[in-house]
Ligand binder design. Structure first.
Ligand SMILES: [Zn+2]
Length: 142
């Protein structure tokens, strides 16, 4: 307890005598979160097993996750573009899981490729991508 703001301690006697009103309840809080145009489309396309981004003609960037406004050019972005599951503009990225790579080799900018869940497992979430693996593994296979 602070000397500056001592407050008023509860007196257990007052509580027993019913002088202090108490109530309890379980609030029924329901809420929805609107993903917005850009992320809504992005999540929808993830469910389809595709990556979609927004392009900006001002700075020539391909932005993923997509956004309707370019923070660099301070203007609306221009077009929807599908991107391969192994590329986007430098500086873009998704926080996700990387597997099949030694930890010491994992770095920002490392070429990776998405490993997708099966279509029946997808939910319209970033986890529709099971994980990312080094892109070099795919080159060796096929
Ligand atoms: Zn831009």
């Amino acid at each position: 307890m602070s000397d500056k703001y001592p407050g008023t301690p509860l007196d257990k006697g007052e509580l027993k005598r019913g002088k202090i009103f108490m109530t309890s309840y379980v609030p029924k809080l329901r809420y929805c979160w609107d993903t917005g145009e850009a992320i809504g489309r992005y999540l929808e396309e993830l469910r389809n097993g595709r990556l979609i981004a927004r392009s900006c003609n001002g700075c020539q960037r391909i932005m993923i996750p997509p956004r309707m406004f370019c923070e660099r050019c301070f203007r609306p972005t221009d077009e929807w573009v599908y991107v391969k599951d192994n590329g986007a503009s430098h500086g873009m990225g998704i926080l996700h899981l990387v597997k099949k790579a030694p930890l010491k080799q994992v770095r920002v900018g490392m070429p990776v490729r998405a490993v997708w869940r099966t279509p029946s497992q997808r939910r319209g979430s970033v986890t529709d991508i099971s994980y990312w693996e080094p892109d070099s593994l795919n080159k060796e296979v096929g």
